[in-house]
Design a protein around this ligand. Structure first.
Ligand code: C2E
Ligand code: MG
Ligand code: MG
Ligand code: MG
Length: 285
């Protein structure tokens, strides 16, 4: 009957909630121990100039190398880290490690590139990102202009005045600010003029169906044109085909990243890509 059905639906709901909570706790505990044991690492995805094809930067992407499960995707554990607060120490580790690695490449004589680090909304609530960045830069010796923080649009909407001040202090340090996944959030274009933003990263969802989708081409072209006229850099994410790159070149997009050139790769492999570029086309002195 309706009553029995209602009750069992209720039970099912409770059990799945408990199950989900249990899973979260388990992942949280394992994540803390993974951090302590050095099972977390960063992969680096090259960012290239559309005009010259040179590597201009790298996005640092977190990986969890579990002895049993192998590489675990950030999509699985970042959300858990965010709800539990582990994201605080985790985010600080990512920033420090990316800066350390960037400076190590410079010290090894590789061409200087900018390191882009993802910062989740929760990190902005937990810690002062300007202080975290300043500490990571000081500890590593990496120049501030080599660090870029990627944040999402939602962060700008939540506590705008506090955010504006933090971003302003980051800008004064010399750190660049990128808006990740641009075009997918509750974006208000007002953000672009109210906040000290340097880069718009066009969400990869808009690239996927180019050139088949006229709508996606129109949206991407509009973001590029708007970014340019506001004096911002525009980077396209998720570029997988030569046709997509040709489209970006035609529209005057500044830079791109995606499987077309390289997936995110371990640090040693990224260093080899930089080395190969230096040998192929030495930078002008
Ligand atoms: P994101 O910052 O938007 O990163 C881009 C994602 O797209 C990465 O997935 C990257 O591997 C993937 N990607 C790059 N090129 C292509 C392409 O050509 N095609 C396709 N289909 N995908 C491409 P990944 O590494 O799994 O990271 C997923 C998300 O996890 C990131 O999205 C970011 O939001 C989050 N994340 C990763 N590392 C960190 C971190 O250190 N801190 C925080 N807070 N979040 C992170
Ligand atoms: Mg990102
Ligand atoms: Mg993105
Ligand atoms: Mg994303």
């Amino acid at each position: 009957g309706a009553k029995a059905h209602g009750r069992s639906a209720h039970c099912f709901f409770d059990e799945s909630m408990i199950q989900a909570a249990r899973e979260r706790l388990e992942i949280e505990a394992r994540l803390r121990s993974a951090m302590a044991r050095g099972h977390l690492l960063l992969h680096y995805q090259p960012q290239l100039s559309v005009a010259t094809g040179r590597i201009v930067g790298a996005e640092a992407l977190l990986r969890w190398n579990d002895p049993e499960e192998g590489l675990i995707s950030p999509a699985r554990f970042i959300p858990v880290a965010e709800t539990s607060g582990v994201i605080g120490p985790l985010g600080q580790w990512v920033m420090q490690e990316a800066c350390r690695q960037g400076q190590a490449w410079r010290a090894a004589g590789l061409p200087a590139v900018r390191l882009a680090v993802n910062v989740s909304p929760r990190q902005f609530q937990l810690d002062d990102m300007a202080v975290c960045a300043a500490q990571a830069l000081a500890a590593s010796g990496l120049p501030a202009h080599c660090l870029e923080l990627e944040l999402t649009e939602s962060v700008l909407a939540e506590r705008p005045e506090e955010m504006r001040q933090v971003l302003q202090r980051l800008r004064e340090l010399g750190v660049r600010i990128a808006v990740d996944d641009f075009g997918t959030g509750y974006s208000s274009l007002v953000h672009l003029k109210r906040f000290p933003i340097d880069v718009l990263k066009i969400d990869q969802g808009f690239m996927r169906d180019i050139p088949a989708s006229g709508d996606d081409m129109a949206i991407s072209a509009t973001i590029i044109a708007m970014g340019r006229s506001l004096g911002l850099n525009v980077l396209a994410e998720g570029v997988e085909t030569p046709e997509q790159l040709a489209f970006l070149r035609e529209r005057g997009c500044d830079s791109y990243q995606g499987y077309l050139f390289s997936r995110p790769v371990p640090a040693e492999q990224f260093a080899r890509l930089l080395q190969a570029q230096a040998e192929k086309q030495p930078a002008q002195a």
